[in-house]
Design a protein around this ligand. Structure first.
Ligand code: F6P
Length: 544
């Protein structure tokens, strides 16, 4: 038996011998449980004590990580090894947040650190020129509105950062257009003045049709406004690794910012893709975001697995996904400003780990990936939390809670924090039938006995709690980097490549066939369902 299969087997046996344990009893039996099962790092507390683990679980999970080669993969990530073999690429998003004078990191035979900082400085300078009004529109007026056009990883990271850092925002309005549905671009343009609007076309490939459709609509809108064509370059910039395509679109090289080949789209907010963040919160705050992410990288690369926050996060995910057969994972920021964090994580995790082939192309033998979803708290308590508490499925939860907020309106934040802590406690403890009966002591017996079962909660439902002293650029950077590394840990243990995304290609190719068929007269040649849908569309489309 290999070391790896022995590690899986040991965990399987451990699962069977501990599956009967209830978290409520484990807390009752060990008053030190929280002390033993939490970590702190630069204003972040990670409490993992409400997980279905004993003192023996983590050593076994750490052995699994070792046996799966996590230490070697971590070293390869740091040193530019090819961690994305299907695309023959290094995976170096961590290099984007290295300090300027960090030791050399080699990719494609050169030290990339100076290049990273050169491009970062260019983007930050451009952002500052927009903020201070020295970059003007074609009529000399300062830019008031920055429209970021991009999708997936070229959209969600910047969006989450900008929303989360609302208290740090300046006077500039930043808009996002991602979807191909024309409602998004139409509604955005309707609010704008072309003289004071700057569009940013963000696409690593510069070939994503949704982004190009919106970019063309934006260009046409500028042109239809009757503003000088030779000045259009003042209103468009681009972020891409395909500089030629961006130039062919008409963007001046001075306003094209490089994305590096060794950074995947969903890991790219730290690159020039972060330009809208730089514009919205300024250079200094963006550097703080990078500093926070780098602090998490340092922790991840240099901390023993047993005390390593992203490693623990990833291992716990494996524990539930592969041994407890959890049905999903929910992440709940108790922060309105972090409301799109779950959407960012949804792409990051599911596009990274939704694989059924190993990195070498063989079929995987264990369940990979996981359904990751979420919503801001407390809203979600009034939506899907019923299922978490009393449903038949196991869905571990991450609670993310800022301790301080800058708003201080009455006791609203205190109420919000109390709810986060209460939900985690309720999920963990549950409520027994006797407790439910006791609560209903005022009712006649028959009524009490009928109602009490509905008021029981199984409990033993696991969660992690992340408390941030404050949601700042630094702590946000740390948290986002922690989730990135968590996913890398999971992918490594499953033996998959978390850095490619071949699965999103097939539908895109079929769409290219279907698009002209929607307005053709000839019968489409698909399955009967697709043919029927096309026929219905053709019959019901209003002629313009
Ligand atoms: O959805 C597939 C995908 O390739 C994502 O991985 C990526 O973030 C998104 O499309 C956008 O890609 P691009 O930045 O090349 O436009």
């Amino acid at each position: 038996m290999t070391r790896l299969s022995a590690a899986w087997q040991a965990l399987e046996e451990h699962y069977h011998s501990t599956a009967h344990l209830h978290l409520r009893d484990q807390f009752a039996a060990d008053s030190q449980r929280f002390d033993k099962m939490h970590e702190t790092l630069h204003g972040l507390l990670f409490d993992y004590s409400k997980n279905r683990i004993t003192d023996d679980t983590l050593p076994l999970l750490c052995e699994l990580a070792e046996a799966a080669g996590l230490p070697e993969k971590m070293a390869a990530m740091q040193h530019g090894g090819i961690l994305n073999p299907s695309e023959k690429r290094a995976v170096l998003h961590t290099a984007l947040r290295l300090p300027e004078h960090a030791a050399a990191v080699q990719a494609d035979g050169e030290n990339i650190v100076p290049k990273v900082h050169q491009e970062l400085t260019r983007a930050l300078r451009f952002a500052e020129d927009i903020i201070n009004g020295s970059h003007t529109g074609c009529t000399g007026k300062p830019i008031t509105d920055f429209v970021h056009i991009g999708i997936g990883g070229s959209y969600l990271g910047p969006l989450v950062c900008i929303q989360s850092l609302t208290p740090w925002r300046n006077h500039l309005r930043v808009h996002f257009v991602s979807n191909a549905d024309d409602a998004g671009i139409a509604q955005t343009l309707a609010r704008l003045n072309p003289e004071t609007t700057l569009f940013c076309i963000a696409s690593k490939s510069f070939g994503t049709p949704e982004t190009l459709l919106n970019a063309r609509a934006a260009r046409a809108w500028y042109q239809q406004a009757g503003l000088p064509e030779q000045e259009i370059h003042r209103h468009f910039c681009a972020i891409s690794s395909n500089v030629d395509a961006a130039q062919n679109f008409g963007i001046t090289p001075e306003h094209i910012f490089a994305m590096f080949d060794w950074v995947g789209g969903r890991y790219s907010v730290w690159s020039a893709i972060g330009l809208p963040v730089m514009v919205a919160v300024g250079a200094q705050n963006f550097r703080e975001l990078l500093r926070g992410a780098h602090a998490m990288d340092e922790h991840f690369f240099h901390t023993d697995f047993r005390r390593n926050i992203p490693v623990l996060m990833g291992l716990l995910h494996i524990w539930y996904n592969n041994f407890h057969h959890a049905d999903g994972h929910t992440v709940v920021p108790y922060s309105h400003n972090m409301r799109r964090f779950p959407a960012w994580l949804n792409q990051l995790d599911m596009e990274s780990c939704g694989k059924s082939r190993t990195e070498y192309g063989a079929e995987v033998t264990r369940k990979t990936g996981g359904i990751v979803f979420g919503e801001e708290g407390v809203d979600c308590q009034h939506a899907y939390f019923q299922l978490l508490h009393q449903g038949t499925r196991l869905i571990p939860c991450d609670f993310i809670v800022p301790v301080n907020t800058p708003y201080r309106i009455g006791s609203q934040h205190c109420f919000t924090v109390a709810n986060a802590l209460a939900q985690a406690e309720a999920l963990m403890k549950g409520k027994t039938l006797d407790e439910a009966r006791a609560e209903l002591a005022h009712l006649p017996e028959t009524e009490r006995e009928a109602l009490a079962p509905h008021k029981t909660f199984p409990g033993n439902r696991p969660s992690n709690s992340f408390l941030l002293d404050e949601l700042t650029p630094f702590t946000l950077g740390m948290l986002m980097a922690a989730y990135e590394h968590k996913i890398f840990v999971q992918g490594t243990i499953w033996g998959i490549n978390p850095f490619d995304q071949w699965g999103v290609e097939y539908g895109k190719i079929l769409a290219k066939t279907i698009e002209p068929e929607l307005s053709a007269d000839t019968p489409p040649q698909h399955d009967s369902s697709t043919n029927g849908l096309i026929a219905y569309y053709r019959a019901h489309l209003k002629k313009q």
